[in-house]
Design a protein around this ligand. Structure first.
Ligand code: NAD
Length: 374
């Protein structure tokens, strides 16, 4: 059941195309700050309820990143492992045409689970506007405005900056810390790369096959080569191979979840050794467990603060900026807002997620008030 409150959802559009069998929906959570921004999730079991929760998270993420976007998300019910590419593009084409009443006027799409830059190209072509989505391929241009794919590593760049700000807050030198990363995909691999380049020692990395752990340090360059060549981080040597689920509790100073939700839970949170957790993944820790960790003295930079790099990159693409504008803007916004969250947390003596929520809610309320006055 979708839950409604004073912030939204403002609109839910459910669409069906009899010819292709496409079934999907768009949830526009809140547009106080601008058109609702959020990805298209394409899975066999995606629901309006799930998409509504993700759309709300986007409302807070865009607000905390100071972007002129509201929050939205959409879903297409299709198991991408069971359909071929032609069918996938057919469904996207039908979906893009069906959501024209709200896209791009009120909703701007992006990639999410099951969709990539290829689907964004198909979506924009069928919708008829390059403004209908971001995360398009570099080669898709309108005048000087070209696509900026998420595959460039923008989110990992932002996660690494959030980590540096948090380490400074803890008065720790990045060169003297060890860190572990759960998930070596888009977010995790770039976060690992940039933190390694700052002199931090990578001691554990996992993917779906397992976790490689070496307290003496893992070379990012060699690890990346091993992952590319063999398909998994567990083939990196030297190192001990553990289960993926062991990653959150290995001995390290900083833990970066960058794969699945709920990796730290009721059964393992007491064994967490890290004193700083920077959430690259969405909802890697249930909120009540975050509070317990906070009481234990663990600093947690919440997901919607730390992993906003992707949506900041989307904003640059949306306004016709170039790839060169993306990384400096992410750095500026993530550094400023992570610092603001930490200052608010310290001043009000509240957990960082509560501090971030207060800031985001205030920004949305202020925009709504000023829209009402117009
Ligand atoms: P990805 O598919 O590129 O990478 C995911 C990685 O997690 C892969 O290396 C995979 O092997 C690994 N993995 C899968 N199951 C695992 C398990 N049980 N244990 C350990 N590792 C496992 O995905 P991504 O784009 O890097 O996204 C990762 C997380 O970050 C997701 O929660 C996503 O919602 C969130 N996120 C991504 C972006 C982005 O721009 N890509 C932006 C914001 C948030």
């Amino acid at each position: 059941m979708v839950e409604y409150d004073k912030f939204g959802p403002e609109k839910i559009l459910s669409v069906y195309d009899a010819k292709t069998g496409m079934r999907g929906f768009v949830v526009i959570d809140n547009t106080s700050l601008g058109p609702a921004k959020g990805g298209i999730r394409m899975t066999g079991d995606v629901t309006i309820d799930e998409v509504a929760k993700l759309a709300r998270a986007m409302t807070w993420k865009c607000a905390i990143a100071e972007l002129p976007f509201g929050g939205g998300k959409s879903g297409i019910i299709a198991d991408t492992h069971k359909i071929d590419d032609a069918k996938k593009q057919e469904l996207i084409t039908a979906f893009a045409a069906a959501v024209r009443p709200v896209c791009p006027s009120l909703y701007v799409a992006a990639p999410d689970i099951g969709t990539t830059k290829r689907e964004m190209e198909t979506f924009a072509k069928s919708n008829g506007s390059n403004k209908s989505c971001t995360g398009k391929p570099k080669t898709m241009c309108e005048g000087t405005a070209c696509g900026i794919p998420h595959e460039l590593g923008s989110t990992g760049w932002g996660v690494h900056h959030a980590t540096l700000v948090a380490l400074k807050h803890q008065k720790r030198d990045p060169k003297k810390i060890t860190f572990a990363v759960d998930g070596f995909g888009n977010v995790g691999s770039f976060a690992a790369k940039y933190l390694s380049e700052n002199g931090a020692k990578l001691v554990a990395v996992s993917d779906s096959k397992g976790c490689v752990y070496n307290p003496d340090g893992i070379s990012f360059k060699d690890l990346n080569a091993v992952k590319k060549k063999t398909g998994s981080v567990i083939n990196y040597k030297p190192g001990n191979v553990l289960k993926s689920s062991d990653t959150p509790t290995v001995a390290c100073d900083v833990f970066i979840p960058a794969a699945k939700a709920d990796v730290i839970h009721a059964k393992n949170w007491k064994d967490v050794k890290a004193t700083l957790i920077v959430e690259g993944a969405n909802i890697p820790i249930a909120h009540d467990i975050e509070v317990e960790l906070h009481k234990k003295g663990v600093l947690i930079i919440p997901d919607f603060v730390a992993n906003a790099g992707g949506v900041i990159s989307s904003y640059v693409e949306y306004i016709g900026g170039s790839e060169d504008d993306v990384f400096p803007l992410i750095e500026k916004k993530i550094v400023r807002n992570t610092q603001l969250v930490l200052d608010t947390m310290t001043k009000k003596k509240i957990p960082p997620r509560d501090a971030a929520m207060q800031i985001a809610i205030e920004r949305v309320k202020k925009a709504k008030k000023s829209n009402n006055r117009r």
